[in-house]
Design a protein around this ligand. Structure first.
Ligand code: ACM
Length: 260
């Protein structure tokens, strides 16, 4: 399987320009799975709920249309973040698209910092989608800080985690080595670059998008501050074998009686 990511620098509020930038980075790419950053078409640093609402859309809005177009161009399952509106609630969501179909939408369950002012917390279960011969789970950025997120996706059968991100802290890329090692799973963390100074916030996004292997190996690492797109080949079935040695299986050896 060919999996990859696109690392862009969203202009706040500039959906059309951001779609064009991502399309340019994806030009000529062919893949099975391509992951884009969290909120890749809107930017991240909101200053009011009204501003968030102004960039919100439903699961069949312009972001869905763009991801369908990109899926047709690349042959890949696309996963990317967007501001989702359902009735009067707004979510920090990621959409999985293949061909002309929206396969699933995930609403971020662990909101970071002021996201709690703009978004409602995710209200749907973590899901695994079987598409194009892969079992794919989605989590968004700060979800990495809660190991239960990746573990739940693995217990539900995921082989690879699509992980759209807008990272502002320095630890995720290192932590994903452990997340993947402790679950024997692949992860594609697609981060953004650039700086957003809005309201009282000044965020530098940390780039270094990363593909992490089932054994904790870093298979691809993007630059800190450059637009970048990359695919690599993986044998996704390496994620199916959870045994570490003849005596240890990291799912079978869990001591559930001792855990909260
Ligand atoms: C984050 O969750 N965007 C840090």
């Amino acid at each position: 399987m060919k999996v990859g990511y696109i690392q862009n620098a969203p202009r706040f509020g500039g959906k059309k320009a951001n779609f064009e930038e991502v399309a340019g980075l994806a030009k000529g790419m062919k893949a099975d799975l391509l992951v884009l950053p969290e909120l890749f078409a809107t930017g991240y640093t909101f200053t009011s709920k009204e501003e968030t609402l102004g960039l919100a859309e439903t699961g069949d809005g312009p972001t869905a249309a763009f991801l369908k177009h990109l899926s047709a161009e690349t042959g890949a399952v696309l996963v990317g973040g967007f501001v989702e509106q359902e009735e009067d609630l707004i979510y920090n969501s990621a959409m999985m698209v293949y061909g002309d179909n929206v396969i699933g939408i995930y609403r971020k369950i662990h909101l970071f910092n002021k996201e709690k002012l703009w978004f409602s917390p995710g209200d749907k279960p973590l899901e695994v989608y079987h598409v194009k011969g892969m079992a794919i789970g989605m989590m968004i950025c700060f979800d990495w800080f809660f190991p239960e997120t990746a573990r739940t996706l693995v217990l539900k059968g995921a082989q690879v985690i699509a992980h759209p991100s807008n990272l502002v802290m320095p630890w995720c890329q290192t932590a994903m080595v452990t997340r993947c090692l402790e679950n024997r799973i692949f992860a594609v963390t697609a981060n953004r670059i650039g700086r957003e100074t809005r309201g009282n916030d000044d965020f530098n996004f940390t780039g270094r998008s990363q593909i992490t292997g089932f054994d904790g190996t870093i298979l691809s690492s993007a630059p800190l501050d450059k637009h970048y797109a990359k695919t690599i080949d993986i044998d996704i079935h390496n994620a199916d074998n959870k045994s570490i040695n003849p005596y240890n299986d990291l799912i079978g050896d869990r001591r559930k009686d001792f855990y909260l």
